[in-house]
Design a protein around this ligand. Structure first.
Ligand code: TXA
Ligand code: MG
Length: 317
């Protein structure tokens, strides 16, 4: 067994990014910020490096991963883009959107990345540090969210180092993620289908092309996080739709809920609420009290927020 030293916290500058790029090129794992959440990156061309992602996260099965690339030209080396996929890519990349497209034959990606599927999930993140890192490394980076399997996604570098220290080579510290929720996933391998609500609302994507939001998903595989009942789970119990603060619970409020410990957005702004969601769940967790959550309107980004909250509150396996 390779014994890692303590995980390095790398500064968000040339020196830090160069160290991160070297680790990745040499097959080690590096967590890095994107505008959605921190990703746990490995060189997607290196099967052993990709396998390390699953053991570091304690992921029970080889779910397919998203590859991150710097631009559309690089994306086209690995995926076959339909007309619909190109429309979405041109309108929303770089940004919090992942497209599932046909995998290009002989593209060199480790089979573990797509878990043997003929398709591949690709994303071009907008975060300047992610962009800079991807350009330096020059290879696609496979990256799930940088949290232990089933737990709350990380929106700060210390969330990653607290949970994965010693299991990964480094974390690039880019501060707080601005979007705060994972990317929206659209399968474009046939008529576009929403696989996971996320950082861009379906209403926004639908201005560019029609997207089916009621997927006939194969429940066996691939298993998008949205298909797992319990996910994003704090260690405390989570109760949803609570309209009143109670003495034996912490209230995660919305729209200035009276008595809340934290409020996702005092002005009722869903983007602000999305960006605060995981950060505030991390803050409220581990205090020995159940986490109660105010009702969130189920429109726009509210759908992605409610999706994550339902899974955080679901019975644990
Ligand atoms: O915002 C995000 O998407 C973050 C950042 C780091 O980019 N990443 C992220 O990755 O959320 P992850 O692994 O937690 O979720 C990606 C999901 C997988 O669980 C998988 O089900 C789905 O994407 N996926 C990957 N490849 C797929 C494929 N070929 N077909 C369908 N779904 C796929
Ligand atoms: Mg995840």
């Amino acid at each position: 067994m390779s014994s890692l030293q303590d995980t390095q916290i790398l500064s968000p500058d040339d020196d830090g990014l160069e160290k991160a790029a070297t680790h990745l090129r040499e097959g080690r794992l590096v967590a890095f910020p994107t505008e959605t959440v921190y990703g746990l990156g490995a060189n997607a061309l290196n099967g052993r490096a990709v396998a390390e992602i699953f053991s570091a996260k304690g992921r029970p099965s080889f779910n397919p991963l998203i590859i991150h690339v710097a631009d559309l030209d690089q994306a086209k080396q690995f995926g076959e883009f339909s007309e619909e996929a190109l429309k979405l890519a041109n309108a929303f990349w770089p940004g919090p959107l992942t497209l599932v497209v046909e995998k290009r034959k002989g593209c060199g990606l480790s089979d573990l990345v797509s878990a043997g599927l003929p398709t591949i999930a690709i994303r071009i993140p907008a975060h300047p540090l992610a962009q800079s890192l991807l350009r330096r490394v020059g290879v696609p980076i496979a990256a799930p969210s940088a949290n232990p399997s089933g737990r709350i996604s990380p929106t700060q570098a210390f969330h990653v180092s607290d949970a994965l220290s010693g299991k990964i080579a480094a974390v690039v510290d880019g501060g707080q993620c601005t979007v705060g929720l994972e990317s929206t996933i659209v399968d474009c391998s046939s008529d576009p289908i929403l696989l996971r609500p996320g950082g861009i609302a379906l209403e926004t994507l639908s201005r560019v092309t029609a997207i089916n939001s009621k997927p006939e998903v194969n429940r066996e595989r691939p298993s998008a996080p949205g298909q797992l009942e319990s996910h994003y789970a704090p260690s405390e119990d989570v109760v949803l739709g609570v309209t009143e603060a109670l003495p034996d619970a912490l209230l995660l409020g919305f729209n200035a809920a009276p008595g809340s410990t934290f409020d996702l957005s005092t002005s009722g702004d869903l983007s602000e609420a999305a960006s605060n969601l995981f950060t505030m769940l991390h803050e409220l967790d581990g205090k020995g009290l159940p986490i109660h959550v105010s009702p969130i309107p189920n429109t726009g980004l509210g759908k992605a927020i409610n999706d994550r909250l339902r899974r955080a509150a679901a019975p644990r396996p």
